[in-house]
Every structure is written in structure tokens, then in C-alpha cells.
Design a protein around this ligand. Structure first.
Ligand code: PEP
Ligand code: MG
Length: 759
């Protein structure tokens, strides 16, 4: 038996440093890539006291090609190619896990390749080179004797494989020319089909929300210090999770169950030990997290079971949290290219808002849903967003060129020049169309048969105020006040709230603004706000429910609104009203605040209008009680439909199982419209569908005359209105509501086309 130990006595740390020196040392740049690779296998073989060390990389065809070897026949280099899954090397790649054998030739998967001259070698230890959860190559050491590699050696080779994978992928080890057709960092153009979340077209450079580690940050100078950093970060992570669990941070955050799972994983001995060993082996704490994450990805990626894949996401999230603790920075502080296309698995609206608006040109998500607030924020920012792009992150590297096509719901990775040109010309057409919309800016929205429609915009960010002026919207139909809360690190104080509302009212001038009070919960998270744990945040203590349970929060906001609206018209509405009593209670708080201001001699709004959002189906059967209490109502179709169909708007598995253009939704809207018309209650629609021409067409045919759309929808909706003849459309529409199909989209589209409506 060979002594089990070069690696143990000298440690992979020294080995890793030697590899780095071989790659980055003086004159290394001048050394041909193949020589550098040969040097690396020689160093590894020597250090691990192995007679053979080989590196295989995967070609586009899936074959594993021998790229360098110490010990096997040098003529086999670039000649020996193993089919996918062939031999032990193929098996390591397929399983994406290390294999250690004392007598390889007796293993059923062993495949003998005479050209390599590997007959005399019995002991075999192979580890995958992992990237994005896939094996992009295999590192192998072999020994003549039937020795058994110990656990530490298996651990070591995985660490070395990780460093190799990172350095090769970053183009440090091999010239890009030689990597052509090697599936390391994919470089071919690719097209992925997803879903449209936000309209628009953009191209630019990929910025990964979970940033990759630069190769120079892989190896530590001081393992003891790295170990201390890792331990501290782990402790911080665990304490953070404990605090969330103790306080039952369920509202709007991950569910209790997910937190418990995180906590369990954070305590997982295997996870902790792997991290610590990786650090002791010479990786930085960040690289250790990355390495262990890659191994998890590889292991879970093979699973088809959605439950197991979900656990992978939990581990990913945990690793990301840990990386954030280690980095201690915010996305907003990262250097971004001027044409950043942000790529993430999924994103909360607050995460998105942390990126600088001027540099963010597009957003690509692996998951997500069009009705989520991240998508709403993307639409407010008027950046294209494509979601549900399966396998996106595995196919991209930071800095790759991509096209985000929010018009078709596609993305083009590393597009060829002709594709870029095609997109540029489409962008020019878009610009022209935008210019046409701009011409409509001051044209009143009147249908061909003379019905005046008021087109307002939804807002919540400072950028929306500019949008309002640019689009010619006639006011703000929904101001989402929670956005201010979501972008700050602590509860915005009274003064800050007042200042924002004043700014909005000043910017709007004579145009009306409807402020919606805090709608926190569901997918809108406020990390600084303590809350009870909840299993179903969307059905939980959201919006007005929280406001009524914590009246000081709501009263402070109302105080700020009243102060900002002093001497002018102030419109306030409450979200998620489910019962008339809730509305009464909320309105009472307005009265209390008015009385409070009066007692102090403060000026009150010249005109105060208080309304309710109709988002909970319960209200549909109690409008006769609600409408006399309200000055106006606004229909939040995003929520109304999620609750009508019992389909979580943020859950990609169910969020688009129904069509918002269906007999039930349209009948529901029609009944609200009728009740409002009968009582003379002003009603508007502020859900996202009011910004889509076809849907907006259906709404005005139903009789709605006030629509509040995302900024990008104002122009297209106005153009639709100017081309519509309602009296002609009404006759066609009446029958559609009685159809027995789940969707009437096609029928409405045919109707619009027949009448030449610009939808
Ligand atoms: C809605 O639910 O339709 C709405 C406008 O409110 P939000 O999307 O902010 O929940
Ligand atoms: Mg809502």
C-alpha cells in the first residue's frame, strides 16, 4: 500500500497555491495553455502521490475528452474521448459525484482504452468539475497499487476540482479558442422561451443577482482567519434565522415551514462540516460556500421530484444568505455595467429596487410570475422582464451578452451580430411607436362614439412621476405607498412619509392622485417589521388587516397623508377590504386623525375622499352595504382574480391557470360596474389588466370609464380607446359573458379585430 498521504502531509492548500502560481506566476501568461495544463496535472500528481493525474473536459457533443495527463500515454491527449456515461470517468460526470475505487478494472463500469496505457493502474479517484450544478469535466488520479483513498483525499480532490473548474471556466487556464465547443462556460448563441412579464426590448450584459466568485477570491491567505470568518457568518446566519423563527416572521416572508427547513439545514452537520473542511483546505469562506452549493446542486439536479428540487432551492437560498452575510454588501453597491440585464432565479420587489435604475435595462428570471410585485416593479420601471426561463442560470455567465425580449417572452443568449441587428431595428420601431404614443399625450381619450375615458397611471416610485408627465396620464389612480417602505432599511418616519406624499401631489399639480395605504404582506416583505408566522401569507394578515391590528402604523401614515394634502384634494383608499366593518374601522381612523389635526390647528385637505379597493370577492355580495359608505372604489383585479380562482398570484405552478378574460371575471366586473352606476359611486380599475389594450377594451365595453394602468400601458390603451366604437362592441360582447368556456380571449380578440380596434 502506498502511504495514504501526500495530500495529508502537504495539504491541498499548498497544492492550490502552487496551481495558482503555475497559472498566474511571472511568465505564465506567455506559456502556451496546453503546457500550463500539463504543469497543473504534474503538480497535482506529485502532491497527491499519484502516478496518474488526468483532466477530462466535456465537449458540446457530451463526450469527455482527455485534455491533459501526467502518467498516461501523452499521445492519448485530445484523442481519447469517452461517450456520455462511458467508463468510470463518464460515471463520475453522470453522477456529478466523486468515485473512489481500490481496483478500478474490476468495476463493471470500467472501460478499457488501450491508447491510454492505463492497464497497470488499479486505484482510481475521480471528482467532477462542477459548474452551475453540472459536471463540465472530471479530474482523476490513479495509483498502481490497490490502495484505498481516504476521506480526506476524496475531500481534497473535490476542492482541487472546484478550483480547476472555476479557473478553467474563467478562461484563465485555457485560451477561449481551445474551449470552443467545450461546455465550460457556454458560449454558443441560444434561445430560451419563457413568459412575458414586462413589455419591452433590451440587450446588454448579464449581471447575476447571485454574483459568482472571481477566481482571485477563491484561495485564502490565512485559513485560520477564513475559518473564523465562516464560523462568525454561520453563527450570524443561525441567529438571524432564530430571531425570525422566535418572532414568527411569517408575514410576507418565507413561511414558517421554510424558515424551519432553513434552520434545520443551517444546523446540518454534513453541510457545516463540508464548509469547514473546504476552508481548512485553503478556500476562502465564500469559495467554500460556492463549492458545497455546487455539490448540492449537482446532487439534487438529477431529482425530478418537485419536493426534492424545492429543497435544493432552500439550500440555494441558505447559501445565498450566507454569502450575503459574508459579503455584508447590498446589490445597490455593486459595480454594474451601464447596460445591465439582471438574471436571477426569483426576486422580491425590494431586491429589484435596490439596483440602480439608470443601469438596469432588463430582467430575466428562471421562475416568478407575471402578477408578482417584482414584475409590477419591472413594469413601473419600464424595463422588459421575461420569466420562467428554465435552466437559464446554468447557461449563462456573468458578463455574457443577452437580449431580453419582453414582447415575445424570449431571451437570446450570446446573440450573433445579425440577431443583435434585428433587435436593434425592432427597438427603433418601438421607439417610433413610443413617439406616436407621445403624440397622443395631450389628446383626450374619447371613443369613436364619443365616450370619454379617463386614463390614469399606477405609481409608487419617484420614476413614476416622470412617467406620468411623459405618458400624459390624467393622474395617479393607484399610488402604492408601500414601495417607500420596501426600499428603506427601517420604518420611514412621519416626516419622510409626509415629504414623499407632498412631492407626489406637487408633481401631479391639478391631476388627481389616489394614495393606497400600506399594502404589506404576500410577496411584499418588510424585514424590519415584526410579524406573526403565517402559513399562507397571501391569505394572511395583509394590507388593511395589518393596519387595523397595528393602528399606530396606519394612523402615522394617515397623519402624513393629511399633512401632505392640507389645503388641497386628498384621495385615500384602503387595500384588501373584505368586510364593510373593516372599511368602517379604517374610515374611523381617518376621522380620528382629522380631529387630531384640527385640535392642533393644522390645515386639513380642502376635499377629502376615502375609498375602498375591491379585491376580496366577499365584497361582491355586499356592495349594497359598502358603496354608501365609500366616496369611490377601485378594483384591484390582480388580487380579486387570485382570490376568485384560489390561485396564488406569485406561485408559478398556479398563477396562470385561469384567464382574466373569462365569463366569471367579466361577470364579476360587470356586477361591480352596475352597482356603482346605480349608486353613482365613482369606480376605477387599477389591476395590471387595465394597462393591456385587449383587456382594457373589454373593460370599457363593460362600461368602465376610469382605468389606471402601468406607465407603459397608458399610450397603447389610449390608442385603443381612440379606435373603439363602444356601441358596436357592446352588442358583440353581451353574448360572450354567457359562453360556457373558461376563457373568452379569442372571442374578444376577434370582436376587436372585426371592429378595427387597435388592441
Ligand atoms: C391589485 O391587486 O390588482 C392591485 C392593484 O394591488 P396590488 O397589485 O398592489 O396588490
Ligand atoms: Mg392588490
Amino acid at each position: 500500500m502506498m502511504p495514504a498521504g501526500g495530500a495529508m502531509t502537504r495539504g491541498p492548500r499548498i497544492l492550490l497555491r502552487q496551481i495558482r502560481e503555475a497559472l498566474g506566476g511571472a511568465g505564465a501568461g506567455a506559456t502556451p495553455a496546453q503546457d500550463r495544463l500539463n504543469m497543473v496535472v504534474r503538480i497535482i500528481a506529485r502532491s497527491m502521490v499519484a502516478e496518474v493525474c488526468s483532466i477530462y473536459l466535456r465537449r458540446g457533443s457530451g463526450e469527455l475528452e482527455l485534455f491533459a495527463t501526467e502518467g498516461l500515454n501523452p499521445d492519448a491527449v485530445h484523442n481519447t474521448r469517452l461517450r456520455p456515461g462511458e467508463g468510470l470517468v463518464g460515471e463520475v460526470a453522470r453522477m456529478a459525484q466523486p468515485i473512489s475505487l481500490s481496483d478500478a478494472p474490476s468495476h463493471p463500469s470500467f472501460s478499457y482504452r488501450p491508447e491510454t496505457g492505463e492497464d497497470p493502474y488499479h486505484a482510481f479517484l475521480g471528482a467532477p468539475l462542477l459548474r452551475g450544478g453540472r459536471a463540465i469535466g472530471v479530474l482523476v488520479v490513479q495509483n498502481r497499487t490497490e490502495r484505498r483513498y481516504d476521506e480526506e483525499e476524496v475531500e481534497d480532490i473535490q476542492t482541487i476540482a472546484m478550483v480547476l473548474s472555476e479557473t478553467v471556466s474563467s478562461g484563465e487556464l485555457l485560451a477561449l479558442d481551445e474551449l470552443r465547443d467545450v461546455e465550460l462556460a457556454p458560449h454558443r448563441p441560444e434561445r430560451l422561451k419563457g413568459q412575458k412579464f414586462s413589455d419591452g426590448l433590451a440587450f446588454g450584459h448579464v449581471v447575476l443577482h447571485e454574483a459568482p466568485l472571481p477566481p482571485e477570491k477563491l484561495l485564502s491567505e490565512d485559513p485560520a482567519m477564513e475559518e473564523a470568518r465562516l464560523k462568525l457568518a454561520l453563527a450570524t446566519l443561525k441567529t438571524g434565522l432564530d430571531v425570525m423563527l422566535d418572532k414568527g416572521q411569517g408575514l410576507a416572508g418565507p413561511s414558517f415551514e421554510v424558515l424551519e427547513t432553513y434552520r434545520m439545514f443551517a444546523d446540518d452537520r454534513g453541510w457545516n462540516r463540508s464548509l469547514e473542511e473546504a476552508v481548512r483546505n485553503g478556500l476562502t469562506a465564500e469559495a467554500a460556500v460556492d463549492r458545497v452549493r455546487n455539490e448540492h446542486r449537482a446532487r439534487f439536479a438529477q431529482a425530478r421530484d418537485p419536493y426534492i428540487r424545492e429543497r435544493l432551492h432552500d439550500f440555494e437560498d441558505l447559501a445565498n444568505r450566507l454569502l450575503r452575510v459574508l459579503a455584508g454588501d447590498k446589490p445597490g453597491e455593486r459595480e454594474l455595467p451601464d447596460d445591465a440585464i439582471l438574471v436571477a432565479r426569483n426576486l422580491g420587489p425590494a431586491d429589484l429596487l435596490e439596483y440602480p435604475r439608470d443601469k438596469l435595462k432588463g430582467l430575466l428570471l428562471e421562475e416568478g410570475s407575471a402578477a408578482s410585485h417584482a414584475a409590477i416593479v419591472a413594469r413601473a420601471l419600464q424595463i422588459p422582464c421575461v420569466g420562467r426561463l428554465m435552466g437559464l442560470r446554468d447557461r449563462l455567465s456573468e458578463g455574457d451578452m443577452v437580449i431580453a425580449d419582453g414582447e415575445t417572452g424570449e431571451t437570446y443568449l450570446r446573440p450573433r451580430p445579425d440577431m443583435l441587428e434585428a433587435v436593434q431595428s425592432r427597438m427603433a420601431v418601438r421607439e417610433q411607436r413610443q413617439a406616436e404614443f407621445a403624440q397622443l399625450r395631450d389628446v383626450p381619450a374619447v371613443t369613436l362614439d364619443g365616450q370619454r375615458i379617463t386614463v390614469l397611471t399606477n405609481a409608487g416610485l419617484a420614476v413614476d412621476l416622470e412617467n406620468m408627465a411623459e405618458t400624459g396620464a390624467e393622474g395617479i389612480g393607484l399610488f402604492r405607498t408601500e414601495f417607500q417602505f420596501m426600499v428603506s432599511d427601517e420604518l420611514p418616519r412621519l416626516n419622510a412619509q409626509t415629504a414623499l406624499y407632498k412631492l407626489v401631489l406637487d408633481a401631479a399639480g391639478d391631476k388627481p392622485v389616489t394614495f393606497r395605504t400600506l399594502d404589506i404582506g404576500g410577496d411584499k416583505v418588510l424585514p424590519y417589521l415584526e410579524a406573526e408566522r403565517e402559513e399562507n401569507p397571501a391569505l394572511g394578515r395583509r394590507a388593511i388587516r395589518l393596519g387595523l391590528d397595528r393602528p399606530s402604523l396606519l394612523r402615522m401614515q394617515l397623519r402624513a397623508l393629511l399633512a401632505a394634502g392640507a389645503g388641497r384634494e386628498l384621495r385615500v383608499m384602503f387595500p384588501m377590504i373584505a368586510t364593510v366593518d373593516e372599511f368602517r374601522a379604517a374610515r374611523e381612523l381617518v376621522d380620528i386623525e382629522c380631529a387630531w389635526a384640527k385640535r392642533r390647528g393644522r390645515a386639513l385637505p380642502a376635499l377629502l375622499r376615502v375609498g375602498a379597493m375591491v379585491e376580496c370577492p366577499s365584497l361582491l355580495w355586499h356592495l349594497d352595504a359598502l358603496l354608501p359608505l365609500t366616496d369611490f372604489v377601485s378594483i384591484g383585479t390582480n388580487d380579486l382574480f387570485q382570490y376568485m380562482y384560489a390561485a396564488d398570484r406569485t406561485n408559478p405552478l398556479v398563477s396562470d391557470r385561469y384567464d382574466p378574460l373569462s365569463p366569471p371575471t367579466l361577470r364579476a366586473l360587470q356586477s361591480i360596474q352596475k352597482a356603482c352606476a346605480d349608486t353613482g359611486t365613482p369606480v376605477s380599475i387599477c389591476g395590471e389588466l387595465a394597462g393591456r389594450p385587449l383587456e382594457a377594451f373589454a373593460l370599457i365595453v363593460l362600461g368602465f370609464t376610469r382605468l389606471s394602468a402601468p406607465a407603459g400601458g397608458v399610450g397603447p390603451v389610449k390608442r385603443m380607446i381612440l379606435s373603439a366604437d363602444l356601441s358596436a362592441a357592446r352588442r358583440g360582447m353581451a353574448n360572450l359573458l354567457n359562453l360556457s368556456t373558461g376563457s373568452v380571449r379569442n372571442e374578444i380578440e376577434s370582436l376587436a379585430r372585426k371592429l378595427n380596434v387597435a388592441v
